[in-house]
Design a protein around this ligand. Structure first.
Ligand code: ZN
Length: 55
């Protein structure tokens, strides 16, 4: 099951959630902190590595 990183627009907290595609498309994500449904989803399987140059 893909994991999504979510940010709550109400309390500005990050959390991650495992969602099925159906759940994802229904968009029924509720913030575990403040129970707001004003939650933004982000795909988190791809981790972009930004190497820091220490030069
Ligand atoms: Zn919240």
């Amino acid at each position: 099951m893909p994991q999504y990183e979510c940010i709550c627009n109400s309390c500005k907290r990050f959390f991650s959630k495992s969602l099925t595609l159906a759940e994802y498309e229904e968009g029924e994500i509720v913030c575990p902190y403040c129970e707001s449904d004003d939650v933004e989803r982000r795909w988190t399987s791809l981790h972009l590595v930004t190497p820091k140059k220490s030069a």
